[in-house]
Each structure stands twice: as C-alpha cells, then as structure tokens.
Design a protein around this ligand. Sequence first.
Ligand SMILES: Cc1cc2nc3c(=O)[nH]c(=O)nc-3n(C[C@H](O)[C@H](O)[C@H](O)COP(=O)(O)OP(=O)(O)OC[C@H]3O[C@@H](n4cnc5c(N)ncnc54)[C@H](O)[C@@H]3O)c2cc1C
Ligand code: SF4
Length: 555
Amino acid sequence: MTGGPMGEIDAVIVGAGAGGLAAAWRLVQGGAKVLVLEAGAGFDPLEDYGLDLPDWETHGFPEPPGSRWPYVAISAEKAESGAGLESWSKVFGAIAPGPRRRTFGYSHVRGVGGSTLHFTGEAHRMHPDAIQMASRFGVAADWPVSYAELEPFYVAAERQIGVAGPADPGARWRSEPFPLPAHARSYASQVLGRGAAALGLGWQENSLAVLSAPYNGRPPCNYCGNCLRGCPLGDKGSADVAFAADALRRGGIALLTRCQVLRLETGSGDRITGVVFADSKGAVHAARGRTIILAGGAIQTPRLLLMSANSGSPDGIANESGQVGRNFMETLFWSSVGLHPDPIGSHRGHPSDSIVWDFNAPDALDGTVGGFRISPGTAEAGFLGPIAYAERAIPGGGAGHKQAMRDTFGRALGLGAIGEYLPNAQSYVDLDTEEKDSLGLPLPRIRSAPGDADIARLHVMATTVRAMLEASGVTELIEEFGSWDSISASHVFGTCRMGTDPDHAVVDGHGRSFRWKNLYIADASVFPSSGGGESPSLTIQALALRTADRVLAGH
Ligand SMILES: Cc1cc2nc3c(=O)[nH]c(=O)nc-3n(C[C@H](O)[C@H](O)[C@H](O)COP(=O)(O)OP(=O)(O)OC[C@H]3O[C@@H](n4cnc5c(N)ncnc54)[C@H](O)[C@@H]3O)c2cc1C
Ligand code: SF4
C-alpha cells in the first residue's frame, strides 16, 4: 500500500493512542497525507462502555474482546524495608502476601484513542526541574528538550483538547491561561480540602482534559464520575475525541483499525522503507511512507523494534545503543481508602478534580530524590457503586448488612499518591522466548522492580496520604494498595529514551532515531524520567506535536 486514493503517503503512524493521534492531527493540519494503523477497534460509547447496564459497576473498561494486549509479566521480589506498605483490605486481609510483588497488570486500551479512553483526564505539564534529573540531581537522564522549548506545544495541545485549569500556574509557568476555567469541586473534594488545609498543604484545582464549558461543539462534563470506564458524553479529551475527530474532518488521513503492524522493513541506506501489517482477517500487507512514526506505547513500541531485527540490525531496529526496552518505569502508587462519618456522596463528581503539588519537585523530600503528588482516589479505588461497598467495605449479610449499606454508601473517601519511579537496570521490557500472540509473534515481557529510593519515597507518600485522610475526618481505613508489593501500572514510560548521545539513547529530542533518518517515536517510551506524579498524556502529546512539526519541516 503506498496510499491508494490518498496518493503518496507522507507518514505512516503505528498506533492511534495519545501520541499517535496528536502527531496525526498536526501532520494533517500541515497538509501531510497520513496513514494510521491501529491494532485495536474503534469504540462506540453507547454500545461498548456498558454504563447503562444494571451491573455497570462490575464492567471494567475496555470490555470487548481484543481490546487489551497480551503480555508476560515477571514478578520481582519485594524490596526490603517495605514494612507498613502492605496492600490490604478490611474484608480480604493481605492482598499481596509472599516474597514477590503481585501482578495486577498494566492498564491500557488497544483501540482508537489508546489508553486515553480510560484515563481520568488529568492534563499535566512536567515540573521544569523534573526533566533535568541527571544534571540537577544525579539520577535518571536529562530530557534533551527544555520546558521553554516544550511550552508552545503544551499550549497547542491544551487548546485543541480544551483543558480546564486554575489561574495559578505554580511551578509550571505558562505563556497563556488555560482555555477553560477550572471545574467546581465535588463535595468529597471539599472535605479533603479541609484535611489538606489542616496539614498546611495546598489543595489546588486539578488541570483536566475535561470540559468545564461547551467547547468546539462538545458538551461540558456532567460529573457522572465514570471516566475510567469510558466517557459517554465526549467532553473528556481522550485522543479519539480531541485529535482524531478533527483530523478526520480535515481529511488527508486514513485510519485503519484492527491492523497490527508486525515489523519494520529497512533498506540499504539510512531509511525505513515501510511497515508490514496484518488486517483483521490475518491477511498481510505492506505500507510505505516517507516517514514512519511509532506510537504504540512504552510496551509495544520496543516490542516492535525488537521484533523487527534483521541481518543488518540483529539486535532490533534503532537499537544500536542497546537501550530499546531498557529504563522501563511504572507508576509508583499509593492509595488509602477509609470511611467518613458524614454522608459526603463521595461517588459523585469528577474522580480527580483537585491535587496537592507541594511534594512534586524532585528535591521536595528529605533524603530521597524525586517528588510525588496527591489527588482524590475514591473512584480509582472502585468505590463508585453499591456492589463495591457490599463486597469490600461491609462484610456479612442479612438485615444488618442492608442497614449498614444504607448507613455507609457514599462515605468511602480515598486519596491516591503517584510518585517518581527512577529507571534502573532491573526494570525493562524484552521479548518472551516462549509465549506468542495469535499471529505467532513473541509476547512482550515486562520486569519491574522499584529501587530503594522509590520505596523510601513510597513511605512518605503513604504517611502523607493517611495523615490527610485522618485530618479530613476519616475514622477508619478499609483498604490500602501500593507499589511495594503490587504492580498495577497505569502510566508506563521510558523504554526508548530520548537523549543527545546516540550511545545512551534511542531517539533525539525530536523523537528521531539516531540511525534511521525517517523513523520517529511519539509515545511514552521516549521519557527519560517519569516526573514526580505528573500524568503523562499532555506531555506525550506536546512532544508528538513537536515531532510532527519536525517531520513537516522535512529535516
Ligand atoms: C486507568 C488509567 C488512568 C489514566 N489516567 C490518566 C490521566 O488522568 N492523565 C494522563 O495524562 N494519563 C493517564 N493515564 C495514562 C495514559 O492513558 C497513557 O500514559 C497514555 O495513553 C499513553 O500514550 P501512548 O501514546 O504512549 O500509548 P497509548 O495511548 O496506549 O496508545 C498506543 C496505541 O498503539 C496501538 N498499537 C500498539 N502497537 C501497535 C502495533 N504494532 N500495530 C498497531 N497498533 C499498535 C495500541 O493498540 C494503542 O491503541 C491513565 C492510564 C490508565 C490506564
Ligand atoms: S465525569 Fe465527566 S469526563 Fe468523566 S465520564 Fe463523566 S461526563 Fe465524562
């Protein structure tokens, strides 16, 4: 395929997620002809999200078969000094006993919109210091792009998405205000704000890719709280809504679903000649374009590069540095949920409408480098509907149980902290030598083991979250969950890091391979460090827009 009715294709993009669709949108805007190949399907919110079902609460997202990627996870040994960081539940006891971390998997979506389909819409810029971790703090690696260079691309992404945020920019200076005002806080969030104030912490409105007012023909949020199950309204700026819809309206783009790219093909010089993909029936095709942009995410992009090994590149494409698949970073996470004595209706409202940034700077904590943030965690912990309460908060049955349900529903109050995860040699993605997917290709294998500094940070995260819940009036904790003994990653990064030195990085600051002049990466795999809890999609998209501009400039 060289373009068919589109003529010559300027860019083939592998993956229709956060980065891929942002890059496609910018390229189309610049007049390029783009082919996007997505392994998963497109979703119809009314058909596929299941929010209208009586047992909606028991349906995760995504439900349709084939909307997750198979993978192998190696469970690492728990680090020492984890006492006090055990995941537990009032009803079930220890959640992850034994010497090894329990794998709950990494959450993601295979489909048009990628993992943004079930994100809560946090739209964060990186802390300017958190992208200079090596030169400032002697850990991880520096980003080869400064905050000032990224800032105009943040602005462009925020405008296209319709990000709603507060007037006060804190450490993240801005050249213009957010496109929309911040959301009004839920009642539960106001209660948590009282706890933050009692501890002297700032409880700022969170910046969200969720509309606080009508914007570009899309309606505002109705605060149903179900972002993690897929937004039924289209106010949430998942990449399908915020970028693909506009790109498709403009034309110059073909988006093929259920088309999995199997490998890259190389020529004799310094160019990738094309990609080979299988369609939904298993028929194999080739696609050619002047530029190839990989945007499959931090697990599938290194997998594809490694699977594309050939006689000229025996260790995989773009792997001259040996860094493809290295430096994997997961989400360092702590969550505590308790019961509040008052009926606070904590099942209502946007799941993450406020945030504590006080500990976010890399040097915010004594004794360990790397920061964290805290935000509401009731929805993320799954306490939105009555079934969760019946199963996880109030054991027992009969009339007493019914009464307890009446008394307790809507009183669960959770906080979640996400922190810096420093890259280390024990955390990586490679190819499994035995397990294969339905097309006979090796599955990606994920190994992740937080280091001592991460565990030290996790202790501070847990202590602070518990203190804030107590100060908010929570009298009894009922469940806690954290990364010391469990892997449950929603943000994954770092397996094709960008840098300035071809010996230590896979791509340069524009996402371009050092070896292959028409090969770019535009997804979370390029992050050299994870940040102190910033949600990554806005940064992935700002980088993708920058990459697209570079492609349009024809360098
Ligand atoms: C529960 C949850 C909540 C989250 N909340 C937030 C949040 O509030 N804010 C935030 O910023 N981030 C959030 N995230 C993280 C965010 O969704 C991801 O970090 C982001 O989507 C990653 O973008 P990406 O471009 O790297 O990959 P993805 O968005 O995952 O997209 C990759 C796409 O490429 C496709 N693909 C991969 N390989 C191939 C191939 N070989 N051929 C064809 N197609 C391929 C995949 O199917 C997928 O659709 C959340 C994630 C989860 C799971
Ligand atoms: S809370 Fe708002 S953004 Fe989230 S799913 Fe409901 S309507 Fe969509």
